[in-house]
Design a protein around this ligand. Structure first.
Ligand code: FMN
Length: 206
């Protein structure tokens, strides 16, 4: 039995392709692993605030020196970190926005990359504390990024996500990209079919 954290970040509901693909993964996974516990969070329904000066001050205050007020500032962030660390596997669905990630998922990352909780500084080096879990990103993109595309090399989404989670120690990071979804019906169908084939492959081996 494993704890699976499933987070959707698209601001869109029914129309969201990343949300739909992640649901397909989770539904198939649950059929194969009925005892697993799925914890679901929707950043559209419960957004994560941007960090503030007070939040940063609280984050860098040693826990023993936190005032009640500063501790309160970190409460939601603590909740998100606890939830993340309780999961052996995470399925995050993330649209591509302006070649990177939507600000709500960035705010989520800022809230879980926490000194003393998910990373530490040891002998002048950063050390990730959140290893030992698997993270899968299911993304949706309007255009495509392969060789030959005018946008080849423009993908800052996968590197941004990969680096943030590698920084906190996650080694097993996988991506399923649905590309070309805003390039007309045929390309959209192809992008969805390719992502669904990847889902089918990964859900059996993850
Ligand atoms: C604000 C905004 C910015 C976008 N920027 C990009 C982009 O830089 N590259 C891209 O390939 N698609 C871009 N798109 C298209 C979305 O990635 C695509 O429609 C995707 O399906 C959205 O995810 P969702 O269907 O889960 O909501 C953008 C869409 C929006 C609304």
């Amino acid at each position: 039995m494993a704890n699976i954290l499933h987070i959707n970040s698209s601001p869109r509901g029914e129309r969201s392709r990343s949300r739909r693909l992640a649901q397909e993964f989770i539904t198939t996974w649950k059929a194969l692993h009925p005892d697993d516990i799925i914890t679901y969070r929707d950043l559209r329904e419960s957004p994560v605030p941007h960090v503030t000066e007070e939040w940063i001050a609280a984050d860098f205050t040693p826990p023993s020196a936190l005032t009640t007020e500063l501790a309160d500032t970190l409460k939601f962030s603590d909740e998100l970190v606890d939830e993340f660390l309780a999961a052996e596997r995470c399925v995050f669905s993330v649209p591509m926005y302006n070649f990177s990630i939507p600000s709500n998922f960035k705010a989520y990352i800022d809230y879980i990359v926490r000194i003393g909780r998910t990373f530490a500084i040891k002998d002048g080096q950063f050390e990730g504390l959140a290893g030992g879990r698997k993270v899968l990103f299911i993304t949706a993109r309007g255009v495509e990024y392969g060789a030959g595309s005018p946008y080849f090399g423009w993908d800052c989404q996968e590197p941004a996500l990969r680096r943030a989670f590698e920084f906190i120690g996650v080694k097993d990071i996988q991506f399923i990209h649905a590309n070309g979804l805003d390039l007309g019906d045929d390309r959209q169908k192809q992008g969805i079919n390719e992502a669904q084939a990847e889902i089918e492959r990964l859900v059996a081996t993850w």
